[in-house]
Design a protein around this ligand. Structure first.
Ligand code: MN
Length: 245
């Protein structure tokens, strides 16, 4: 199996560029963002930052929607998130009973599986082809972040999926060649995201915890629960409330 580790994408001549944070099974919210709010056209680029599945109500529906956009030649580029990686790893490591338990009970994503507890072929194909990061002319896109404590941060793939702490670890400016880093994975409150954008921060988080719409032990749910889209050219942020839960 050969995995495409990263993808390089040139800026489109016409069309807009948007990056959207963690969707986590909130298919209707993603659909609303794409069709009503942003009104994405086939000239636009849409970058999804990983974690399409788990937590929310419809993992399979979210994948079906993304795959159908790509099949219709919308320019939708998808990163690998830790939830997609975890699913693939569990599939390889667990017996089918444990695997079904993990996917259905723990992650509430039973609709990704066939009756005999295999990942449905279309989803397996989708997951296997997800890159760990995307290089644009002026941005790096990554699910969680890069480990800048390492000189060769571009080969530390596990950090790209799981790192937390873009608040504390500054990017190595020279190493990223002036590119801005966009990431998801770690929930940031909306005011923090706006602040990072307005400050033209070198690292911009875009996960506002779309699925956290109710009181939560660790997060202030009045400041989460939005799906965020960032316009890479205008620096505009569009945040919409979750409509799935
Ligand atoms: Mn994540």
């Amino acid at each position: 199996m050969s995995v495409q580790l990263y993808q390089t994408i040139k800026t489109p001549i016409s069309g807009r560029r948007f990056a959207v944070g963690d969707v986590h099974g909130c298919c209707q919210t993603l659909k609303k963002m794409v069709e009503e709010t942003l009104q994405i056209t086939k000239d636009d680029h849409l970058y999804l930052l990983g974690d399409y599945i788990d937590k929310g109500p419809d993992s399979a529906g979210t994948l079906d929607y993304i795959i159908s956009l790509q099949a219709q030649n919308y320019q939708v580029y998808c990163l690998r998130g830790n939830h997609e990686e975890n699913l693939l790893q569990a599939w390889q490591a667990y017996d089918s009973r444990t695997f079904r338990l993990f996917v259905s009970r723990i992650n509430k994503s039973g609709n990704l599986l066939t009756d005999d507890a295999q990942i449905k072929p279309a989803y397996l194909h989708f997951f296997k082809n997800l890159p760990y990061y995307i290089v644009l002319d002026d941005y790096y896109l990554v699910h969680a972040g890069f480990d800048f404590s390492k000189d060769d941060f571009l080969v530390h793939y596990d950090a790209m999926l799981r790192l937390r702490g873009s608040r504390v670890i500054p990017p190595n400016k020279e190493a990223v060649q002036g590119k801005t880093i966009l990431h998801g994975h770690e929930v940031f409150y909306l005011d923090e995201i706006v602040q990072r954008i307005n400050a033209r921060s070198q690292t911009i988080p875009l996960d506002n915890g779309c699925v956290y719409t109710k009181p939560h032990k660790r997060l202030d749910y009045t400041k989460t629960g939005h799906l965020c889209a960032f316009n890479l050219d205008t620096y505009g942020l569009t945040a919409i409330k979750n409509v799935d839960i």
